[in-house]
Design a protein around this ligand. Structure first.
Ligand SMILES: [Zn+2]
Length: 389
């Protein structure tokens, strides 16, 4: 009898061990969301652990199946029908330790991309991203439809390239204020934007501006404007100020989660404050923007942004004084467009007497504009860029 009690205790102990080890590894998925993309839809899952998954398509009827191993699903998530998905259900994965998610599809579709992401800085959630696109032609034979798809995506070198210029600040947000002449950054950036627009248009680019008058626009809206215009390149224009009156020179920034140095971080903080002026919390990014931040296309845009930055540095050093480590990285809100190569140019320091005087001078801005225009031309002529557009 005593021995039996002992045995029961051992069994209970083993069972508890088993359960707790399962509980440790379990990925708890709390959120499933879908978003419309240009050519299809994106499905994003948030989980507490690294995703162990399989994603594949089945026919008759068309379904997307996602097997999530070692996973529990919190609540009863719904996936509303959209352009591709008709219905959604969750079942148990055979073997018991996971879930099978079945998305009934409206027609034939392809998995364009699938990838899992580590938690972003300051966040704890892992992510799984699946991009679905509608199959180009369900009826055509395989080879023919593949050829057709290639034809559809063939880059059109003749398409006019679209550049969106973003004169920083505006309206109630003056930006930096000059030490010697009280020049407002918002006025310099707008004049520079107009000059650059003129020059780029004369080289055959289609140019839009986030603002062409003295108005306040929140940072997120600037990003949205660039996306709405389907920009191929986004250039945000600024002028900096610092306590060191001797500081001089132009610098160019591209996006990074971590700034390349303290100064760059402080600058990003100053520039991002524009939204706080408007009483908006910048940290409260819309889910759409957060999602795109993590997407792979961002990596691609970052590489392109860096490439463009290199061209600008190359042209600028022939023309004007530039900072030593001119191309730097920082977390500017305005550079967070997911799929658009984006740079932020600090045209110079309005805290420096000479540079403030220069930036007020239309002929100096013309010179800067010419250098940026040449960089834009070189960038789009770059074989790597040209082949990806
Ligand atoms: Zn600024």
């Amino acid at each position: 009898m005593r021995r039996l009690v002992y045995l029961k205790a051992v069994i209970l102990f083993l069972v508890l061990c088993c359960y707790s080890s399962v509980a440790w590894a379990l990925n708890s998925v709390s959120n499933i969301r879908t978003g419309q993309q240009n050519d299809g839809i994106r499905i994003v899952f948030d989980g507490t652990e690294k995703f162990q998954y399989d994603a594949f398509l089945l026919g008759n009827p068309n379904r997307l199946v996602i097997d999530l191993k070692n996973t529990a699903i919190k609540g009863n998530p719904k996936v509303p029908a959209n352009a591709i998905i008709r219905d959604f259900r969750i079942g148990e994965l055979s073997g018991g330790k996971g879930k099978r998610l079945v998305f009934e599809l409206k027609g034939n579709a392809d998995i364009k991309r699938k990838f899992a992401l580590e938690p972003q800085a300051g966040k704890s959630n892992w992510r799984l991203v699946i991009d679905l696109v509608r199959h180009p032609d369900t009826a055509a034979p395989k080879a023919a439809s593949a050829a057709k798809a290639v034809a559809t995506y063939k880059p059109n070198p003749k398409r006019q390239k679209i550049v969106v210029l973003d004169p920083g600040h505006g309206g109630k947000d003056p930006g930096a204020i000059g030490r010697s002449f009280r020049t407002y950054e918002k006025n310099i950036t707008l004049s520079m934007g107009k000059e650059l627009k003129k020059q780029l248009e004369s080289r055959g680019f289609k140019v839009f501006m986030t603002r062409s008058t003295d108005i306040f626009i929140p940072l997120r809206q600037r990003v949205r404007i660039a996306r709405n215009y389907h920009a191929d390149l986004f250039i945000s224009l600024h002028a900096d100020s610092t306590v060191n009156r001797n500081a001089q020179g132009l610098s160019i920034y591209t996006l990074s989660e971590t700034a390349s140095d303290k100064e760059a971080a402080a600058l990003a903080e100053r520039e991002n404050k524009a939204d706080i002026i408007d009483g908006m919390d910048f940290s409260d990014n819309s889910p759409e923007i957060n999602d795109v931040l993590i997407s792979l296309s961002q990596n691609d845009s970052r590489n392109k942004s860096s490439k463009f930055a290199a061209y600008v540095v190359n042209e600028m050093k022939k023309q004007v004084k530039i900072q030593n480590n001119t191309h730097r990285f920082a977390g500017f809100a305005v550079l967070k467009a997911p799929d658009i190569p984006s740079v932020l140019v600090e045209l110079g320091y309005v805290s420096n007497y000479t540079e403030e005087k220069y930036l007020r001078d239309p002929s100096y801005r013309k010179k800067l504009g010419a250098a940026i225009t040449r960089s834009v031309v070189s960038y789009f002529a770059d074989p790597e860029i040209a082949s990806s557009l």
